[in-house]
Each structure stands twice: as structure tokens, then as C-alpha cells.
Design a protein around this ligand. Sequence first.
Ligand code: SAT
Ligand code: MN
Length: 604
Amino acid sequence: MTALAIPGLDSAPTAHQRLLEWVHEVAELTTPDRVVWADGSDEEWERLTAKLVEAGTFTPLKQKPNSFWAASDPGDVARVEERTFICSVDPQDAGPTNHWMDPAEMKATMTELYRGCMRGRTMYVIPFCMGPLDAEKPMLGVEITDSEYVVVSMRVMTRMGSKALAKFGEDADFVPCLHSVGAPLDEGQQDVAWPANETKYISHFPETREIWSYGSGYGGNALLGKKCYSLRIASVIGRDEGWLAEHMLILKLISPENKVYYIAAAFPSACGKTNLAMLEPTIPGWKVETLGDDIAWMKFGEDGRLYAVNPEAGFFGVAPGTDWHTNPNAMRTIERGNTVFTNVALTDNGDIWWEGMGEPPAHLTSWKKEDWTPDSGELSSHPNSRYCTPMSQCPILAPEWDDPNGVPISAIFFGGRRKDTIPLVTESRDWNHGTFMGATLSSETTAAAKGKVGVVRRDPMAMLPFIGYNAADYFAHWIATGKRADAAKLPKIFYVNWFRRGEENQFLWPGFGENSRVLKWAIERIEGKAAAQETPIGYVPTLADLDTEGLDASQEDLEAALKVNREEWLAEIPLIEEWFDKMGEKLPTSLKDELAALKQRLNG
Ligand code: SAT
Ligand code: MN
């Protein structure tokens, strides 16, 4: 290694050769003013949050302990799917749903962007671990970044710093994650509150298990342990090693008889995963505890059951719509402080506010840092504004959340946001049919990604933007997973839709805590206690099969929520066919068979 005169570079608290070499290489390329190894200490948090306050990125909140308000650059508010690339050697391995670029070409392009990009800034080296530190093989990564916002957010979202570095030894495997906001500072140049670059790349190299991100400071683009590692790269590792990396919450359901069930559920971004994960059941005697709200890694245990682990340590939740009515446990979690709020509104007395919190105050500072009043005619908070808060603060956190063995999953829910066609809940006929339901999952787009909101798109397993390889191969991996275990031990798969609408455009199902009624029915199906009707699309409860006691909804609406409408389904078939055509030759035969059988049942 050449001796580089960058302060901090040679004070690395590790003897891990590959890590040291990589850090040197990046420092040489990006030429930061100094290098700091993040240790994850309280002292570091205080130093960095103070620096962010001084830079104008953070405003301390007077009403919440150790919490901060941040407003991003208006052009840097969501994941950028158009700029997200899977750079596999063979374009076939990125498949029909990802943007692909040749890895050598991408590296050449990005190397030029990275050259000198940290000038005037500090380069932080963040060792981190996704999932429990005590795992047999801890899933390690290192993020290099020039953003203090990223360092403090990574501290909330992951197990990082010294405790993670202790797992590296001298030669442990890790995923190198390189991030820069792409905003070098010249001598004396005043920094902006939210440095970013109009040119953005979020690149993944599946073969070499590397992540290179440039130009954005937003969560999903910049906190590289999250979607980039735990979904895109981990899905590739899971394919190779025989496990599943999924965009799923994990919840624990406790029955009145104190029986415990674990449920994993996949919904596209901003479709209520966090609300479901922290649900307060409205039905007496049932309890929910939370294990995760966004990502699940699922592996078979020795007993042949599928066990889930949440790789994250924090919640990066959508703020608008979250309040004491829709998600009291999220509110309690953030009340405890230690939270970073991005792109919500700031109240005059130093608290946060967003749409969905009830009556707005007379005056706010909007996410655009402008004066806002209820007459402003625009939203005070960006629809994809977020809170970033430690999981450990969640009052209903399941004690086993950090268990390296994970929890055995009884049911998997797939859900989307559809105003028609999809009933409130459908139980699949078997694993392959459930895989078909997941593979054809559809949803109206939300603000979590840049682009038009409200357009129906296929979002297989809610993983469309997160599958790190060929989507058809991913479906084949799901089918193969079902063959690796005794069918009776596999989770049962359900398809849900909380968002179906009636003739007056009203929601047919009240949602939120009432979703516990659907969870209860699913569990009772697993226990062989609840009835259902066999329909062409699967097993659907009649109104009598659901526990509706005390439910405040009209019978008409509830029946409409459960209805299997043949015409709507016949109209859905060509859309599924079009989607499957897009998958090309690699589409597993069993999914083609599922489609043919569905058509036959609908026409029969
Ligand atoms: O955009 S993030 O990945 O930070 C959150 C999400 O989309 O689920
Ligand atoms: Mn998500």
C-alpha cells in the first residue's frame, strides 16, 4: 500500500487486509480531507449530529429527545429506479425487470464520477452487520460514505461500528458498499444543507457482491445496508445458498389461548407494511408483537420449517398517514426520541407534523423549508417523508427479534393496493399456487419511488425494484424452495388487498387494527378451524367465516370486499399473460400451468 497523507487513513482499528486495501483504494480515488472509522458510540452520534446541525442539515427538535428534522434537496426524495442497475456479467442475469449495464463499463463510468468526489469532506468507514451479530455467519458489510446523515442513519438502521467490526477478524467476508453524495467542496466553498448530485447511479455487482452508489443522500439510495444489500445482493446470495431474501415484515400473533404464530408479509413500499407490523388487534384476546417492518431473510431450520430473521435494527417508515389512530405503536416508538425525520413539516414549537395527524397547526415550516399554512394549497410534508427510528424503542417489539435462529413462519401474506378485482383475502391452494399469486402480485404505484403515482403495475412478491437477478429465475427459486421441504411444514400463502373500493370510491374494508380479523381467519385456516369457499382464484372466506363482531362496516361493503368477480378476473388474465410474456423463456413451467389452471377454473 502506498502511504497516502490523509489524516485518519492509517489509524484503522482492524487488521483485515482486504478491508484495509479497499479503504486505501477508495481514499486514493475520492481524495477526502480525512478518514474516520465509525465506531457507533454515543460520543460519535453527538459529534455528528452537532456537525449536521451546524451544517443546516439537521434542526434539533425541542419536543422530542435527541431527535432531528431534516429536509432534503427537493430533487432527492425517493428511490430512483430509473438509475438503479444490476451489473451482472451476462445481461440475462439481470433479467427483464432490471436496468442492466456491463460491470466493467459501469465501473469505468463511476470511477470517473468518484475521482476526487470527496474533496473537502470526511470519508467515513462504517463496518456493519445485517441481522444478529451472534449469527453463525454474521452478514457483514462496510459502507464508505462522505455523508454524516448516512452515518447517523446507519447507526439507527443497522448493527454498526466497533461491535460489527469485532466480527471481521482478519479475513471475514463482507460486502463493500461505496457511497458518495457526489458534491466535492473547494477550498472555502460553503456547503449546502443537503449535498447531492443531479447525476445518480445506484449500482449492484451481483457476481462480486459489491454496491456502488453515487449522487443521492436519500434512504433507499444511500443507506446501502437496506434495499441494496439486504434485498438486491442478498437475493442473489439466497439464490446461490438456498434461502430467500424478501421485502416482508415479520409479526408475531398471539391467540387468546396464548398460542404463538409468526407471519411474514410482502407489500410494495408505502402500502402499510409498518402499520401491519405494529398492528393493534381490534378483536379481544389477540395480541401482535413486531419483529420487522420491511425485510425478512428466510431459511429452512433443522426441523424443516422456514425461519425468518429481520436484517435491520431500525424502522425507516413513511410518515404521512402515521398517527395515534393508524399506528399508535409507531407513534410511541418515535416519541421516545433518537429519531431522524426527513421531509416532514416542522412546527413553530420545535416538533414535527405531517398530513394524517389531524387538524394542522396554523403555521408550519414545510419540507421545502417554506412557510406553510392550511391555505397553502400544497402538502406540508413530502408523501415519501420518513422517520428513522430504533427498533429497540418499539413498545411491542418481540423479545426474540434478535434471535440468530429467527422465528418459524406459519403464513406468508402477499398484498397490493388495488381498487378492484382482488378480494380482501384469498388462501392459495398450495405453495406453487401461492408462488403464482406472489409472481403476479399487482399494485398501484406510490410515492416511494420517483414516477407517476396510482398506476397499476405487476410487483412480484413486492420485489420488483429489489430482485437482484432475473425475475423468472427468482420465481424458479421460489418454486424450488417449496420442493425443499415437507409441504405440511411450509408456510401457507395468502393474498390480501386492504384497498378495494366500492361504487362511491369508498374503501370497502376499514383496515388498520381491523386487519387482525383477516390474520385470525388465516391462522384458523392453518389450524383447520375456519371455513372458506373454494373459488376459481383460491379459498375465500364468506362473511360468516370472518369474525366481524363489533366491526363497524356495512354488510354490503364487506360482501363486496370479499367478492370474486368473474368479469374482473377475466379482464385480469390478459394482463397476467402480458406480464408472463415479458418474463420470456425462463418462466417456470409450473407458473404457466398455474395460469392455465386458473383460466380453466374461471371459464369452467
Ligand atoms: O426507499 S426506501 O428503500 O428507503 C424505503 C422503501 O421504499 O421501502
Ligand atoms: Mn420497503
